[in-house]
Design a protein around this ligand. Structure first.
Ligand code: 5CA
Ligand code: ZN
Length: 409
């Protein structure tokens, strides 16, 4: 699939900082040392509805990861998927009486437009589950041949017992895993499974559902976790730097993915850091397509909200925090954007050298975007109250805010 156009990332004076980031698997901060090409896989959308603020907040976090790396003069190899065939997508298409593939294409296109408007840098490879099927089938066959997968009434399941590291991403106990598995696409109550947690790798063709050639697995469609493993291993290989997503992907999705990869390669972990963004809520509940309590990015844009203000609203919250979207959050962001724009529109101002360092330091410290915003606020207040004589400063601030925070002033 094609991704979306990249906005330019201005080069900045001085030295970028190495990223220290919280890793869910080890439970603490780690300093990443990615080498000249940093590798990141971010779980993409399931395109059955428009991009909401929760999605945007999660992609904002990983866009910052990319920007911090680019600032250290590294290249970034960023891969993202689109889960363009899965139960919720098929169910929504059925409910609305539309073709599932057309629904997926339409919502994926809207996502591309939202990401472009928000100045999120695109992945180098943007891969749909459907186009990944030829790579998924041999992995499932290999898991079966290794004894890590088994058949149940034509479906193929992964056996979590095949992985000695199982549990080391989420560190949850069996009861919590079982609950989350039932909530998030698993089928722990299906009779005949070796372990209730075992996830589907390949689902046999069912009446009225799309299916593909699965070689020795028979016709069917891929499971969710193997989709991301196949795409990540194909394009990035084992031991890439970051796997990212919202905290609702810790279990089962990223746990199972790490397990599949361990069983396939004998190596652990698939990603050096498992990084998770907090959940955005609306009216006290997690914003989710299934609940329908959504604020769409495209809706805000249509209502004339400046995408830079939406981005500032996201940046005002630490990526690991759970937070609530309100009208006030957006109003505050619009006000801040106005102040910043006024401050950089003057020809001169207070020196920006220390500010660029502060933004870099804040982001390198587990992506502390709120601290970066506060630093820019202080510069803007100084500009407003005292002004300054540094002729280049407003331009430097404007470029730093663009390059490091993705906000065009
Ligand atoms: N296609 C899979 C990942 S392979 C999927 O989870 N798709 S999704 O459309 O449901 O979510 C896309 C991304 O947005 C995931 O990283 C998910 O964790 C994140 N996300 C979903 N809802 C929220 C929310 N309310 N707040 C923050 N992030 C969210
Ligand atoms: Zn994924």
């Amino acid at each position: 699939m094609h991704a979306w156009p990249a906005s330019e990332v201005p080069a900045l004076p001085g030295q970028g900082r190495d990223l220290r980031i919280h890793d869910t698997a080890t439970g603490g901060p780690i300093t990443l040392d990615p080498g000249p090409v940093a590798r990141i896989y971010v779980c993409g959308i399931t395109p059955y509805d428009a991009t909401h603020i929760g999605h945007a907040a999660t992609y904002n976090a990983f866009d910052l990861v990319q920007r911090v790396w680019l600032d250290t003069k590294r290249q970034v190899h960023y891969v993202q998927n689109v889960t363009d065939v899965d139960d919720p997508l098929l169910e929504r298409a059925e409910r609305d009486g539309i073709d599932w593939a057309a629904l997926a294409e339409q919502e994926t296109q809207l996502f591309r437009e939202d990401m472009t408007a928000l100045r999120m840098l695109p992945p180098r490879q943007y891969i749909g589950a459907v186009e990944a099927i030829p790579g998924i089938v041999p992995l499932v066959e290999r898991l079966r041949d290794l004894g890590a997968a088994y058949e149940l009434e034509g479906d193929t399941y992964f056996s979590v017992e095949a992985d000695p590291h199982f549990g080391q991403v989420s560190h949850l106990d069996a009861a919590a895993m079982r609950l989350l598995s039932a909530e998030r696409g698993g089928d722990p109550d299906r009779p005949g499974k070796k372990n209730p947690l075992d996830p589907m790798l390949w689902s046999a063709a069912r009446e009225g559902e799309p299916s593909w050639d699965g070689g020795s697995l028979g016709r069917g469609r891929p499971g969710w976790h193997i989709e991301c493993v196949a795409i990540a291993l194909d394009h990035l290989g084992m031991g890439f730097d970051v796997q990212g997503g919202g905290s609702d992907l810790v279990f089962p999705h990223h746990e199972m993915g790490a397990s599949h990869a361990q069983a396939l390669t004998g190596e652990f972990p698939m990603a050096k850091a498992y990084v998770h963004a907090g959940m955005v809520a609306l009216h006290g509940e997690k914003m989710s397509k299934s609940k329908g309590n959504l604020v769409f990015v495209s809706r805000l844009r249509r209502d004339g909200v400046d995408p830079a203000a939406i981005r500032l609203a996201l940046l005002a919250h630490h990526y690991r925090a759970d937070w609530e979207w309100t009208d006030q959050v957006l109003r505050d962001a619009v006000t801040r954007l106005g102040h910043w724009r006024a401050a950089v529109s003057r020809p001169d101002g207070p020196s920006a050298e220390a500010l660029v360092d502060e933004i870099r330091e804040a982001l390198a410290n587990d992506l502390d975007a709120p601290a970066a915003l506060t630093a820019v606020d202080h510069w803007a207040v100084a500009q407003e109250q005292q002004g300054g004589t540094d002729m280049g400063a407003p331009g430097v601030v404007s470029r730093a805010v663009d390059a490091l925070l993705g906000v065009a002033l």
